[in-house]
Design a protein around this ligand. Sequence first.
Ligand SMILES: Nc1ncnc2c1ncn2[C@@H]1O[C@H](COP(=O)(O)OP(=O)(O)OP(=O)(O)O)[C@@H](O)[C@H]1O
Ligand SMILES: [Mg+2]
Length: 211
Amino acid sequence: MPVTRGKFITLEGLEGVGKTTNRELIEAQLQRAGIDFVGTREPGGTKVGESLRELVLHAHGELQAQTELLMMTASRVEHIAQLIEPALESGRWVLCDRYLDASAAYQGAGRQLGIETVLNLHTLMGVSLEPDLTLLLDMPVEAGLARMAARGSPDRIEREAVAFFERARQAYLTRAKAAPHRVTVIDAAGPIHQVGGAVAAAVQSLIDSSR
Ligand SMILES: Nc1ncnc2c1ncn2[C@@H]1O[C@H](COP(=O)(O)OP(=O)(O)OP(=O)(O)O)[C@@H](O)[C@H]1O
Ligand SMILES: [Mg+2]
């Protein structure tokens, strides 16, 4: 019998909006539904990807914006080839904490390399995999940064100015508007049970449509 391809779900949003918190809730939901899945993150998810993550988030001194984009893209290329695509092909679902929308938002808009540059680079590198569902956790920048600050010492990207995150947030929202078939925007400012409930409803729709 041919294997039904798995679904690809991504979690997106600025620092501290609750991606990792909700990733854990979704993992429990998929488990309850009896769905075989793999949870992963970007940058990272492979050995070389995790090394790139360490470099890009904790590099000593300055990194050119282009270097940052190339490293994020390199991590993604490995991640798709080694983990995401094989899992989906074998029928497993993939739940990923950040993906291509994050590069569009952070390197494209935040670092002002241009969203087109980010997308063109991915096209040139042969990256065409789109998520089946993207959950964009959205809330005002300052509120997310406050949640993050409560968590301890910021990494290289987390230390960016508010204007950087404002640009990234707008890019995320613009991309969501352009791809309503794929992106569900979730108000992340509410209490966890409320945010988690909205996330669970979107995931449940995907589960239902896959059966
Ligand atoms: N809805 C919520 N209300 C209040 N606090 C929350 C909510 N969701 C998450 N938190 C808390 O906010 C902090 C950041 O959450 P989390 O680590 O899930 O965010 P994140 O989006 O993964 O951040 P990062 O981008 O830095 O990985 C954590 O301490 C978490 O417990
Ligand atoms: Mg996280």
